[in-house]
Structures are given as C-alpha cells and as structure tokens.
Design a protein around this ligand. Sequence first.
Ligand code: WTA
Length: 647
Amino acid sequence: MSYPYQINSLEAYYKAYRKSVEEPEVFWAEIAEHFNWYKKPKQILNWNFIEPKVTWFNDVKLNITENCLDRWAESQPDTPAIIWESNHPNEAHRIITYRELLHKVNLFSQVLKNNGVQKGDRICIYMPMVPELAIAMLSCARVGAIHSVVFGGFSAQSIADRIHDASCKLVITADGAFRGNKIIDLKNTIDDALVQCKSVEKVIVLTRTREPISMIKGRDIWWEDEIEKIEANGYPFFIPEVMDAEDPLFILYTSGSTGKPKGVVHSCAGYMVYTNYTFVNVFQYQHGDVFFCTADAGWITGHSYIVYGPLSAGATSLMFEGIPTFPDAGRFWDIVEKFQVNILYTAPTAIRSLMSFGTGFVDAKNLSSLKVLGTVGEPINEEAWHWYDTHIGKNKCPIVDTWWQTETGGIMISNLAGITPAKPSYATLPLPGIQTLLLDENGIPLKGSDASIEELPHEMASGNLCIKFPWPSILRTTYGDHERCKLTYFSTYPNLYFTGDGCLRDTEGNYRITGRVDDVLNVSGHRIGTAELENAINQHSGVIESAIVGYPHDVKGQGIYAYVIYQGNLEDKKLVAADINQTVTRIIGAIAKPDKIQFVSGLPKTRSGKIMRRILRKIAEGESENLGDISTLLDPEIVQAIVGERI
Ligand code: WTA
C-alpha cells in the first residue's frame, strides 16, 4: 500500500515540484492534511531570511507522538514499529509493535513527569542504540520537553558543554553501551560531565551492560525501578501535551567553522511533515516494508530516518546496536537476510569499509528482499557506488544518494527510488519544495543555476549551494544565540540560506555535492570543525600552535591531518602524538582524533598572520610542486621544510 502523497512517476515529480514552487502554501497544506492535528492549519507559511524567522503551520496544535504512535496503534496495532538487533548476534532480537511502543512511551512519559519534567524543559539523552533511546526521545516529545541527544562517542567535556548550553534539567543514560567487542562507559562519562553541570537535577539510568557504576542518592535513579512504580498503578495513558507548531521539538549540536558546536533547533510541525514526506517519497516506502537505517540516533540521520520519519509514516524501522564489522564484515548482510530488509540506508564510509573486506562476506547471503538502497552523509565515489549497486543491490535496486544536513532536518536533494533517474556520485534533483541556487564567492548567481528544473539542457555551473525559499523543516534558530544562526547561515548571501557546501550542476540539472567550502571536515560522515579541533589540540601543554586540514582517505572520505608546533622534548614523536590524541579524546571525543600528526617548526602564514590552509591542504594531499603562489607568505622557506617532513 502506498501513501496518497507519494510521487509515482517522473511526470508526477515534475508536477509536484512545479506546484511546490508556484503555490508552496497550497502544496504543503495539502500534504499536511494527512496528519493528526488538534487544530488544523490555516496559516501555512510566514517567513523572512533576514532575521531570519520562519513559521510553518503556525496556528496548529499537535503532538508529534500522536502522529508517530497513537494513530498507528489504532489502525495497525500489531505492525512492528521497531525491530531491534543487538550488538551480540546471539542475544535475542526485539520486535516492538505500535501498540507496545505507545504503551512504553506512555509509561516513560509518566516517569519523566513524576521526575518533574515539564513542557519546554531540556533533556540530555546519552544512550546506546537500544529501543529505549527512541522511547526516551518520543517520551520527551509527548511531555513537550526538548531533547538533546548526544552521540555516545563524545567526551565528558563535550557533554558538559552541551548540557550547559541548553541548561538541561535531566539526563537519560545507561550504565554502558556495547560496541563491537568493546564496552563504552556511558554512566561514568556522564558522572564526569556532571561535575560541571549544576542544572541537572536527575539522571535516569537504563540497565544495559550492568557494569559497576556509581549511583548517587537523590540524583541517580534506575529506569526499570521508575517504570515498575508506574506499572504498579495499572495501565497509564499519558495524555500528550498540546504543542504549538513552532514549539521546539529538539536541539541537536553540530560543528561549524567557528567556535563551539551550535545547538540546531527544530520545531514540531514542520519537521514532522517534512521528514514524513521525504521518507515516503525518497525511499518509496510501502506499508509493511522493513526499513533499515544504519545511522546512530545521535546524529540527525537517526532522528529523522530511524525515529520521526518512519514512525510518523507507520513504518517498520530496524535499529541496530552494533557496528558493521562485528563479529565480522558480514553483519549488515546477516541482518538484511534475517529480517528480510527491503530498504537499506547507510553511509558511503560504511560501504567503503565493507568493500575492503572483499565480497566473501556478501556472496553467501540472501539479499533478495532488498528493493531500495540509500546513502547519506558525504559524497559517494563512483567505485563505492558501483560496488553497492552490483554486490548489494544485484543491479536491481535503485540507489538514492541523499544530500541534506542537520540544519535542513530532512533530505533536500536526492533521486526518488525508481522514479527519478540516478546518476553515480550525484545527489541528482532537488525534492519538491527545495529551491536551490548556485552562487560564486561574490554572491552572483551562476548562469544556468537558476533555471527551472524542466528547461533542458542547462549550462554547467559550479559554485556555492544556497536555498532561496523555506521548506518546512529548516532550522529555526541555534539554541540561545539567534544571532549566530543568522550569521552562520543567512548572512553570507543576503536573503538566502547558505549550506556551506560546494556543488556542481550538470546539463541535465543534476546536482553533485563536491564537499564543504568552509573549514568543516567530513570524516566518516561526521562533521568536525577545524577551529574546534585546533582549540582542543592547543590545550595540550606543549603545543604552541596547530593547523588542521582534511586529506583524501580511502575509507573515511576525509582524514584529519594535524600540523603542530610543539615546544618541548620531541625525541619520542609517537608518544607525543599519542598524548595529543589523548587530549583530543578528553576534550571532544575519540571521533575527532587526527589520523596524522606532523610536527613542524612553523606554519605558512600571510603577513597579516593568517594561516594559508590551501597550501597545507595540498601538502597533506601529497602535492610537492604545485603549491600555488607562496610569495605572499611571511616566511616562504617554511613550505619546503614542511614538505620535506611530510608523513
Ligand atoms: C555532507 C548529515 C555529499 C555535506 C545528513 C553536508 C553530503 C554535511 C551528502 C551535513 C551527500 C551529506 N553527498 N555530501 N549525499 N549528505 N553530505 O549535518 O557536506 O551531519 O553539508 O547531516 O554532510 O552533515 P550532517
């Protein structure tokens, strides 16, 4: 069974796109009819990109969990909402139906309420990939609290910064997490973080690894005990909090080119409509399909395409606790076979990593249930694309290459599986509602980049990718600092949302994302701000200065190359590099550790003291000769010295 707003032909795509541009309010109002509102929308859109201020469906009242749970618990109570596969292949999987999920969310919502949580409170979630993570998110939404999920790979310091920034009142965590053959001490890390966080009153701890942990009287409580207390009083139905369209749903921190990570804020109604619409259309989801998104719920992909998009569409979302290579590199394919997965959505870095193990782990597996494949998070190289197509899709599954960002909430540019054409390494065409524009550095729109998508052929264009019209799940602000939101996204080019990505548009209007044009790296699909990383490295006592650049990495897409000026004993460079890595792990988390650290006596700087990263990037890429104009450097000699000691 399909959805009434599902695009089912190329003509229908063009028609939908045209309508979304010509009559955007009518277009989105019609889609919004397929949701449960306490009060239906009349005001569809208000916006300006100057302040910026965007509201969608401003006069509605809703609770997103009614759309994700109650309506499906009524119409299809026994359909699995979440299928969960453990990190350990021998541990039993779990299937949670819509009826059960609603029940669990009702219970945990009551737990939150009993612990003083009210509408608008901020809740930090730091949990393993278990269904309770989704239950925690949904319960926050049901109570009207704003969740801030922090990825399990971040350090105590990073968590503390995030808790502090949003003044979180409560933390939901677990004793530990299983990841491959490792155990990650989540609760201990939270304990370290909380030394600095006075706003947190309670910590709810789920049992997962049952490692020894400290439970502080009056602050720390077990998830299971709290649930038991409520169950003792019979079946609770938790009446969802009535929310306004623009009430914040969640905060998710993401790295930018300057300073500390910022809390991207998404609001209830627009985010719900857009994640649902894109889920249904990009993947061409049909009722009953099993959808497997391999992302961690700590990132936007998990928020939008494990939890809110699929569940608001009554879909079956498969959640996997572990990693693709444990116990061996066939784990994804075992899961596909075991649960007859129909749609698989993963990252190019995972594909490249699995590719390197050869096809031995794939060939014996029955992958015939697969209908659609997807990728997200970074550009996919043609080799990985073809491997995915041939060995996983057996040349019969359309691959959707989905471009989007934490800030966009949902997929922005992508082919629609089997409906609009794919082109390897291209995200292809914008989705209905997404009005793209390419500009040069001076803010001049590139010729051909503003043409209607139907006027072919186009002139080729390559520039900075902007969006000129709001879509329902555009970020609303950066938490606690609206000015920063304005400066980061809406000031580079007046009246436009600037993505920070470079992009090429071919003669057929297909978009190919070429990568970030700001100082943000994309390492294994994770965003890492070079300034943030340099700040972390500079905190090591012996470091005088550092400069971070990205370089091409076979598996990670981009690797992290650090140039470090170090004062002190460098006899054992390996040890000093390990010390620096330890510092980074403490301050940001292990995900930000540099792949290479080169100790240098100086950095190429202009006379005004600006580091010429362009040169450092070329050196890291292996270039020795064509380093460009170095005559404006304060000390041109330094360049050859760095080249000479490259690692
Ligand atoms: C990059 C992840 C090429 C891009 C959903 C963007 C991509 C950043 C693609 C956002 C893709 C994401 N092709 N590049 N299909 N998808 N990116 O916020 O540089 O973690 O700006 O959101 O990832 O990363 P974020």
